[in-house]
Design a protein around this ligand. Structure first.
Ligand code: HEC
Ligand code: HEC
Length: 393
């Protein structure tokens, strides 16, 4: 511990003595130390956690007029969720954590087409970026409000309707983590640090499957990335269609092209997506039918989740199977490569002929589109210590 933290500790212990009655309830959190010195010493044997909990409260743009809303996050649950997210004990043989396939520096995606699971097996699909999970809203969701997870669906085939559900899928998946969740609860209950962290989050040290998935969800709900160059422009100019004074000419050109050609599916404000799922013409015959596997409807064959594009420059490779290495390849796909799959979304068809659209962009327009996509990178989010690995001692 650094001297300054020691001093703070001493101050905090005094503050604790005075403020004790009010810190019993979690919603009256004050800036006091949340662990007894013994508890903190125990945590420090395994974890690099701050003695004052991080504040995970998030602010999201709530509407098209620059309004904002605050999402309250329970900091004790988010702290527990952070530890769970990075803990390899969540997998059958202690080799893989959620973070093994969701790297912070990669916008919480993985830079491999397929990620490696606990037994060396490869995931069927490309890992998804996790920025702005809380305010990720699919088209059948409600308004983009603090009502997180309202209507949002997760995974490439949207088979999970909440992070609680999705986390259980990841933990029990026989390629990803291979762990029975009831067995996992018993396993985690053996660890002193979990006894403390569950106690702080839930008022008792009991480890249950529901508590595990709920606290992971609380942590992921705090993953709101809204400090990119694009966000800074949007905060001043309100509409994505406006000329952004903080953008170069090239970035503004790319933004215009995006608004015209892409934003009917990928939201122009990057607050969610406007079409939940679509076929974007990658192949004539899909090896993986995506949503079709879930619903059994042939009209869902080759249909996948429209992914969030925040931090997209960090999350290569691209598409559900990670087929494209670069954003240039992605743009070339939309420019000239769309296939006439029967389920191809109408947004990508020529209005008159119904054939796949050809954008016929010039080289400088293609480069501008890529330059715009790069303005969606939020380095503050990718480096935010609150989301970093607490096992890095
Ligand atoms: C072995 C690699 C691996 C591990 C471990 C893993 N994931 Fe994933 N994650 C993926 C892949 C691959 C996908 C996309 C899978 C799909 O859609 O079928 C994904 C998708 C997701 C999504 C969906 C995002 C969206 O926008 O729909 C969330 C959320 C997520 N993972 C969180 C977690 C959490 C929490 C854990 C730990 C409990 C975890 N993952 C463990 C590889 C992994
Ligand atoms: C019809 C709706 C639609 C339109 C219009 C559209 N996309 Fe997409 N986009 C999708 C879908 C669906 C996927 C995922 C497809 C898959 O993996 O099978 C996707 C994937 C992507 C990805 C990869 C994301 C990742 O995490 O791997 C990028 C980048 C992208 N689109 C950019 C664009 C750009 C740029 C445009 C405009 C030129 C555009 N999209 C137009 C539906 C659309």
């Amino acid at each position: 511990m650094k001297p300054r933290t020691l001093l703070l500790n001493a101050l905090c212990i005094c503050a604790l003595a005075i403020a004790l009655p009010s810190c019993v309830e979690d919603n009256v959190e004050t800036q006091i130390m949340h662990y007894s010195p013994e508890e903190y010493a125990t945590l420090q044997q395994t974890l690099n956690l701050p003695d004052e909990r991080y504040d995970y409260t998030v602010t999201v743009n709530a509407n098209n007029f620059g309004g904002t809303s605050i999402i309250p996050i329970n900091n004790a649950k988010a702290t527990l969720g952070r530890v769970l997210f990075y803990d390899k004990k969540l997998s059958h043989n202690n080799t893989v954590a959620c973070a093994s396939c969701h790297h912070q520096e990669a916008g919480f995606a993985d830079n491999k087409a397929q990620s490696e699971g606990f037994n060396g097996g490869l995931t069927k699909r490309n890992s998804l970026a996790l920025a702005s999970v809380a305010n990720f809203e699919s088209s059948y969701g409600g308004g983009n409000t603090a009502n997180f997870n309202q209507g949002a669906a997760f995974l490439w085939d949207e088979r999970a309707t909440s992070i609680i559900e999705q986390s259980k899928i990841a933990i029990e998946d026989n390629i990803e983590m291979g762990m029975d969740i009831d067995h996992l609860a018993d396993k985690l209950a053996q660890e002193d640090y979990y006894r403390i962290l569950f106690q702080k989050a839930y008022g008792s040290s009991e480890v249950t499957p529901d508590r595990i998935t709920e606290s992971i969800q609380e942590f992921l709900n705090a993953f709101v990335s809204n400090n990119s160059k694009f966000d800074k422009g949007l905060a001043v100019h309100f509409a994505a269609e406006s000329h952004f004074t903080n953008f170069t000419q090239q970035e503004n050109l790319g933004k215009n092209l995006f608004v015209i050609h892409c934003s009917n599916c990928h939201d122009p404000r990057m607050a969610g997506v406007l079409v939940a799922t679509a076929n974007n013409g990658l192949d004539l015959e899909y090896a993986d039918q995506g949503r079709g596997v879930i619903t059994g409807n042939s009209s869902d064959n080759g249909v996948f989740k429209v992914p969030m594009l925040r931090n997209i420059a960090l999350t290569a490779p691209y598409m559900h199977d990670g087929r494209f290495e670069t954003l240039e390849e992605v743009v070339e796909h939309y420019n000239s490569g769309i296939k006439a799959h029967p389920n191809l979304n109408f947004e990508l068809r020529d209005f008159q002929t119904s054939q796949p659209k050809r954008l016929n962009l010039s080289n400088s327009e293609k480069q501008a589109l890529v330059a715009f996509l790069r303005t969606l990178t939020d380095t503050e989010f990718a480096e935010d210590v609150r989301f970093s690995n607490p096992f890095d001692l």
